[in-house]
Design a protein around this ligand. Structure first.
Ligand SMILES: [Zn+2]
Ligand SMILES: [Zn+2]
Length: 129
């Protein structure tokens, strides 16, 4: 299942999977210079493809990318992220109820939603102590 990834896509996915937190396109590029990645467009093309396949997510508020850690992710209509401002940890969650509410609002208002971003910024449990 799934389509085979190109070499660059695999490199980018590996980098994101090994990272402790979200990475910007430029830090991904920095990590992969030794692997032959030279130019930002190479990284952006790979990121775009990985985003489409759902293997990674883009965190709008950080302008950074993170590997998907939820094997059931694609079956969830809305994915949310909780970002710790202290340690930078990012948790992914499925917003089932939120998605229902958004859908109701969408229907009531005749608004066509193309993209939904849910990002919570705060302090994670370990950091709260
Ligand atoms: Zn995911
Ligand atoms: Zn934290």
């Amino acid at each position: 299942m799934g389509k085979a990834l190109t070499k660059n896509q695999t490199l980018v996915l590996d980098t994101l999977s090994k990272a402790d937190g979200p990475l910007s396109a430029y830090s991904i590029l920095d990590d992969l210079r030794d692997e032959g990645m030279q130019a930002p467009p190479q990284v952006y093309r790979a990121l775009e493809k990985l985003l489409k396949t759902g293997l990674i997510h883009r965190l709008e508020s950080l302008n950074a990318y993170i590997a998907c850690r939820d094997p059931d992710c694609v079956s969830h209509p809305v994915t949310g992220f909780a970002i710790c401002e202290t340690c930078g940890d990012v948790s992914e969650f499925a917003g089932e109820k939120i998605s229902k509410q958004l859908k109701d609002w969408e229907d009531d208002n005749g608004f066509l939603v193309e993209k939904t971003t849910i990002e919570l910024r705060g302090i994670c449990r370990p950091c709260k102590g």
